[in-house]
Design a protein around this ligand. Structure first.
Ligand code: FEO
Length: 168
């Protein structure tokens, strides 16, 4: 059993994860429209990963017998600029999510909600990984350039990403 305050916070965070998935799907569609197939594929996998984050929250709330509320999902942008601007926006978004994840942990600690603290540790670790992955893409785009052969090489590399679902 978790507090109604914690249930509300986790429901809101589930909405933020839904939005992340929506955002990356919109980015994937944008990249596809530009012919950046590897970027599009990478972002599509990212959108799927965000839905796994949603599922983890859904299952946890249900296991805790908490009321699940599905809030409206904000419409994401449709234009994202150059490949570097696109992945810069991914990194910015992940940094915002990291701050939200940190806020949830702060509340869990304050409420001495050890079950949520343990559950939430996975999200804390996951955010470090997600930020690192996005930063890697941004760095590689800066190194190789975002036009011509450089972009072709990075785009090819990004196409290799596959979804590795974690245990729920
Ligand atoms: Fe679910 Fe990318 O944070």
């Amino acid at each position: 059993m978790i507090s109604s305050n914690m249930a509300e916070i986790l429901n809101k965070h589930m909405n933020a994860e839904f939005y992340s998935s929506y955002l990356y799907l919109s980015m994937s569609a944008y990249a596809s429209s530009k012919g950046w197939r590897g970027c599009s594929s990478w972002l599509y996998v990212q959108a799927q990963e965000e839905m796994i984050h949603v599922q983890k929250l859904y299952v946890y709330l249900d296991d805790q017998d908490a009321r699940i509320e599905l809030y409206a999902i904000e419409k994401p942008p449709v234009e994202f600029g150059s490949p570097l601007e696109l992945f810069g926006a991914v990194l910015d978004h992940e940094r915002k999510v990291t701050a939200l994840v940190s806020d949830v942990m702060t509340v869990a600690v304050k409420e001495a909600d050890h079950a949520t603290e343990t559950f939430w540790q996975w999200f804390v670790t996951e955010q470090t990984e997600e930020e690192k992955n996005c930063r890697d893409v941004v760095d590689r785009l800066k190194l190789a350039g975002e036009t011509g052969p450089g972009l072709f090489m990075i785009d090819n590399e990004l196409s290799a990403r596959v979804l590795v679902p974690p245990a729920l």
